[in-house]
Ligand binder design. Structure first.
Ligand SMILES: Nc1ncnc2c1ncn2[C@@H]1O[C@H](COP(=O)(O)OP(=O)(O)OP(=O)(O)O)[C@@H](O)[C@H]1O
Length: 593
């Protein structure tokens, strides 16, 4: 009996005894606290009454009677007997006894009848019978008659069935996990056969999926049974079949693996996808249903990266919290190399050259630029395999803004749009001056449209790779420098530039310049013919083809795409975009932040 009284050290007992005595003499009244719309009641402690102190438990009554008989015989231990009696009669002890009985009584036997038996002698009316009548006591009586309090004495429904397993006493720690998941929701875990032991194990748990939400399944756990069907000797495909044939809750019998659960803490990395991915078409993925499809430019939240081949990711902003499998960077690179070397297929999402236009139009100044580059500047990173780029959020502060870079096929209207944008607010938007060794004309102010250098200086600056793009026209050299952009930014203006060469893109992609690439796309051929009346049809056709090629090869760099059909509309769209960029949160390469 004493063991039931928690913390019953000798000192503790004395302290409680004193408290109990004062409680016996002074009955505290019922206390009420009124909260608008809610009445809370703090019940008074019911004091022991009569020879057995109002004790209802028959066993306890018997024990107390025995103590009474002992009292006459135990001369020297009367105080101890008194202590014991008061302890057994105390309300705290009886509450504890009642609690103990509730916990130890099998659930099925704890019926309404049982509860009535236990509480019958302490109905609301009887509990109030010994109290001095008052408005508070009357109000308490009404509360005790309340239907909600009566319901609280019943068993709640539905009663869950017992776990349908008899677990052997000597079986090493086994966990029985019952998963309740949505009808079309996958398990959220993949399985594999351990090569050494031949056992079926949980290969990975998809973050946010049904298995993960249970908090009970970990990678490395050994699967023994699925819905009472033993899986020993079965292949992973057969186990998957059992799982997909199961309707309703899934019960798994697992032997825990020794994996540190800390491994499953959600990662924070965000990446921009630089290629399209469809798990249905991927023959390497361990489970197509677990895959996450995405397209180039999507921002992915990498939640788990421990598997060298398969990462778990969610699409940023997606309301579905379940992670999906995507190929890890190294795996994607290996797959691409295999595809191109073994199967001889062209490399996907890979920069292959430096040309925004394959043909030379001798009349065009821009084409002259390209002629220079085709012959002399090969793209150094033409074999880079594009997978993912780590990104972070960037919130513009003060007057800082992104540099607007217009890219498109020759003749689409990048230079025209550049001038139109600047004309909307020349104090805000600026065009960088061009370095050249072309002699200065009388109408020109040095540093405004051109910065004039002599031939040696121009050649030296070219050798020093000072320009993000450069060209030759009528025997003179021209170069567009990053320094001129930086000075525009320092003066709190927004640079608006055109970029006609692929290597220029990489040059510009830096934390200082923070380029925002707008791809200028031509409208349909019919619209082009209607609006560009001075151009030949074959040039317009070539422009459309070139636009598609640029997008295929460099589209992963573009932040926006805009069709230049009506000049005024296109100008307004870019100006609006630029305004948004001055205050909106944006995803930028993590190296910029
Ligand atoms: N929306 C438009 N509607 C009609 N004509 C346009 C439009 N945009 C540009 N143009 C015209 O198309 C021609 C080519 O424009 P622009 O020089 O700006 O092209 P670009 O992209 O800079 O090409 P390049 O690099 O070869 O100079 C110009 O005559 C220009 O007036």
């Amino acid at each position: 009996m004493m063991a039931r009284y928690p913390g019953a050290t000798r000192t503790g007992r004395r302290a409680r005894l004193v408290h109990s005595r004062s409680g016996t003499n002074a009955k505290p009244p019922a206390e009420f606290t009124k909260v608008p719309g809610l009445l809370c009641c703090v019940m008074p402690m019911v004091s022991p009454q009569g020879p057995t102190g109002g004790v209802s438990d028959p066993g306890l009554q018997k024990l107390l009677s025995s103590l009474d008989q002992l009292e006459t015989k135990a001369d020297g231990a009367k105080s101890d007997l008194l202590f014991l009696k008061e302890l057994l009669q105390s309300a705290e002890f009886q509450n504890l006894l009642e609690l103990h009985d509730k916990v130890t009584t099998p659930r099925g036997q704890r019926s309404a009848t049982y509860l009535r038996e236990r509480h019958g002698s302490r109905s609301g009316e009887e509990m109030l019978a010994g109290m001095t009548p008052s408005t508070e006591v009357e109000e308490l009586g009404n509360i005790l008659k309340n239907v909600h309090l009566k319901i609280a004495l019943r068993d709640f429904q539905p009663v869950l069935p017992e776990v349908p397993y008899a677990v052997d006493e000597d079986e090493e720690s086994v966990k029985i996990v019952r998963l309740v998941k949505g009808a079309d929701e996958p398990l959220g875990a993949t399985i594999h056969m351990d090569e050494e032991s031949g056992k079926i194990k949980i290969a990975r748990v998809m973050l946010g999926g049904a298995a993960d939400r249970s908090g009970l399944i970990q990678s490395g756990d050994e699967v023994h049974e699925v819905n009472t069907i033993k899986v020993a000797g079965k292949s992973p495909t057969e186990v998957v079949q059992i799982l997909s044939n199961s309707t309703g809750p899934i019960t798994l019998k697992l032997v825990p693996g020794d994996v540190d659960s800390a491994l499953y803490r959600e990662g924070k990395i965000r990446v921009r996808a630089l290629f399209d991915y469809n798990p249905v078409e991927d023959r390497y993925i361990p489970c197509k249903e677990a895959g996450l499809a995405f397209i180039r430019g999507d921002i992915l939240h990498i939640v788990h990266q421990d598997d060298a081949n398969w990462w778990q990711a969610r699409k940023e902003g997606d309301t579905n919290m379940r992670a999906g499998l995507i190929p890890a960077k190294q795996l994607q690179e290996r797959k691409e190399m295999l595809r191109t070397t073994v199967h001889g297929e062209p490399m996907k999402g890979c920069s292959k050259g430096n040309k925004f236009s394959p043909k030379l139009n001798k009349k065009s100044k821009k084409m002259k630029k390209l002629a220079f580059h085709i012959n002399q500047n090969e793209d150094q990173n033409s074999e880079e395999i594009l997978t993912y780029e780590e990104v972070e959020q960037y919130l513009p502060r003060g007057s800082s803004s992104r540099t607007i870079v217009l890219i498109g096929p020759s003749g689409v209207g990048c230079s025209t749009l550049q001038n139109e944008i600047i004309a909307t607010d020349p104090d805000k938007y600026r065009k960088p001056a061009i370095y050249t060794n072309c002699p200065k004309r009388s109408c020109e102010t040095d540093g405004e449209e051109y910065i004039h250098l002599n031939k040696q200086e121009m050649e030296k600056s070219l050798q020093n790779k000072q320009y993000y793009e450069h060209w030759e026209y009528k025997g003179h050299l021209y170069g567009q420098s990053v320094d001129t952009l930086k000075s525009i930014i320092r003066d709190n203006h927004i640079p608006v530039v055109t970029c006609s060469q692929p290597q220029g893109i990489k040059f510009l992609r830096s934390a200082e310049i923070k380029p925002y690439f707008v791809f200028i796309k031509p409208p349909t051929l019919t619209q082009l013919k209607a609006t560009r009346t001075n151009s030949k049809d074959e040039d317009l056709e070539e422009m459309v083809q070139m636009s598609d090629l640029i997008y295929i090869n460099y589209g992963y760099y573009f932040d926006s795409t805009l069709i230049n059909n009506d000049l005024q509309t296109a100008t307004t769209q870019i100006v609006d975009l630029s305004k948004q960029l001055q205050h909106d949160v944006q995803w930028v390469p993590s190296t910029w932040t």
